[in-house]
Design a protein around this ligand. Sequence first.
Ligand SMILES: *Cc1c(COP(=O)(O)O)cnc(C)c1O
Length: 405
Amino acid sequence: MNKNRCVNMIARLFNAPLEEAEAAVGVGTVGSSEAIMLAGLAFKRRWQNKMRAEGKPCDKPNIVTGANVQVCWEKFARYFEVELKEVKLSEGYYVMDPEKAVEMVDENTICVAAILGSTLNGEFEDVKLLNDLLVEKNKETGWDTPIHVDAASGGFIAPFIYPELEWDFRLPLVKSINVSGHKYGLVYAGIGWVIWRTKEDLPEELIFHINYLGADQPTFTLNFSKGSSQIIAQYYQLIRLGFEGYRNIMENCNENMIVLKEGLEKTGRFNIISKDIGVPLVAFSLKDNTQHNEFEISDSLRRFGWIVPAYTMPPNAQHVTVLRVVIREDFSRTLAERLVNDIEKVMHELDALTARVTSKILITEEKKENDVNVTVVKKTELETQREITDAWKKFVKARKTQGVC
Ligand SMILES: *Cc1c(COP(=O)(O)O)cnc(C)c1O
């Protein structure tokens, strides 16, 4: 079956400890979200079985992650009643700190979830350090807290361009890994994968065996029927491109990421928040956001046909707003250069606009001051700033309704 072939190829890509002809353990899913639900369920069940065997309560499972986790982890936690213990971020450090994570681990921790390629800035978390710290903690406490790696984006990046980086099954505590086929797996939306280290890491009681389709079919997915087109597409991409093909594409994405990053740096107006080693994306924020903010840039870029999201970071870095551009296979160097150009145009427009709006406000104020009946209270800088922003918003709104988008 193509699905099993894909599982075998991906498991070997992630260095699963398999013999030459041994079949890997894993399933194809709708995406990483479903993959994460399944991996989480397997951890929960393993932990429950262990606690029960030791005669201990097993009604308060928790999972330790960074506050930068993708929303599907929160979904897993709520739907399957597992407490999510999040390591807070801080300004300048936007991924899970392994030391803090290991500190939060207790006897009820079903796993620590690390992310290879944070959604927010593409950064790879230090899974190796996490593994080493957790090995120590497990030794001290007698627990055996495992690690899951959410490699939704990074799983098809790191093996090809950072083969030396140890983040996968080479680390003994990594028991399962998910990856999205529809991100850097280069397939249309609707495919993800979860791979377990060994058979022992996926409790047998979660697998259903059905035979009414002609043969024994083990199934472990949240829904039963699913189109096979995505799996065929994944299989096609894997064998058509091969290791070399994927590596060339990922290298190319990375080079275009550098072009974009350097172009943005050259404007002198942005802080780059993504890393050179990570998912090929550029996350950046304004050095000076007193005149305009990242949301305004995002808004203005739409007129040039770019959809560049702006968002605030999770706690405790929620005061930081970033813009993010993910470099896909079809994002060429020319497009990277054009985007830098368009961002520069937008910045000039915003600057000119602020200058106009500011002078208008000053004129109105002067008029007020000349009017003896009006008591003028000197405005604080913040109030002035608010007025500028309000006036600016009105200006943009007015233009939007007339403009051709
Ligand atoms: C995209 C993403 C997910 C969710 O993946 P889907 O395939 O869209 O369900 C989970 N985790 C991370 C880190 C992601 O980037």
